[in-house]
Design a protein around this ligand. Sequence first.
Ligand code: PLP
Length: 357
Amino acid sequence: MTKVHNFSAGPGILPAEVLQQASEACINFDNLNLSLLEISHRSKNYEAVMNEARATVKELLGLNDGYKVLFLGGGASLQFAMVPYNLLKTGGTAGYVNTGVWASKAIKEAKLIGETKVIASSEDKNFNYIPKGYGIPMSLDYLHITSNNTIFGTQIKRFPVTPVPLVCDMSSDIFSRKVDGNLFGLIYAGAQKNMGPAGATMIAVKEELLGKTGRDMLSMLDYRVHIKGDSMYNTPPVFPIYVSLLTMRWLKKNGGIEWIEKVNQKKAECIYTEIDRNSMFVGTTALEDRSTMNVTFVMHKPELEAEFDKMWKSANISGIRGHRDVGGYRASLYNALPLESVQVLVDVMKEFENKFA
Ligand SMILES: *Cc1c(COP(=O)(O)O)cnc(C)c1O
């Protein structure tokens, strides 16, 4: 099989050995001579998967025992609704920082549940920076932030410090760098960017924050119901959870968060250095807010895009066309992407400059 350099923004690249192990589990899981896809989620073998997956999230985020970890369906987008439904009190107010498309969608849902204030936004500059230094009212039930803006290529480098519970959408940079999970009231992440395949969403929530809304709760939307059911109140997305576990095992085996943070920094430095050096390209975001996960850049002469596209495609690069809201290019450097792939892209950028500058 030809090696493809997969820069897809999501669902994103997974380690080759994880895909191999996942495909084996589809045929014969745990030497049961049964597929993982055809056994009960209540079986001993699957319960072990769920327990290890939840425990490993706690370990990787350094969470104390006050936190519960869930794997639910519905994508990160369902969390846009579940977060306010579970944390926004009747008569209370939620605060949001609007840093892009995903944050805007989260705000839209919260407004349907209760009083929602946007306390800072970077919409004035097409979300090309992270707002800083904004005041956080003490009266908020929670403050919602997005650690990495997948579409616009910005990333929070310093999280706000506040007694207000922080809720963070970490869908596109979970497990990419050292983060003290205990600083947050709730963390959620759709698996398909940086922790596994599509179909499962991880939620880590400080249990003491729950049960205070004053509303009668629908069971499937109530975190407490899922916690009580050990994340198996209903049939969980068994396969995406298993593959997420395999990916977390891969991460741990290679040196964990400390290792991947260094690798991710190297990859990001490699491509940003080239963007800044290369006369054909320009980065789209504020320098200090550049994401290590999603690198967005455009061309000085967009009329040459077709030529560049031909070049990277013939180098077996895949998935770097930018999102329509930004245009140009987006290279996603998720955990499973090796430095070697970034070097291949950088070489193509150099070659392009040599030919067309
Ligand atoms: C992709 C993404 C989402 C949406 O995830 P779904 O699983 O498709 O609902 C939400 N937030 C961020 C930051 C994302 O990157």
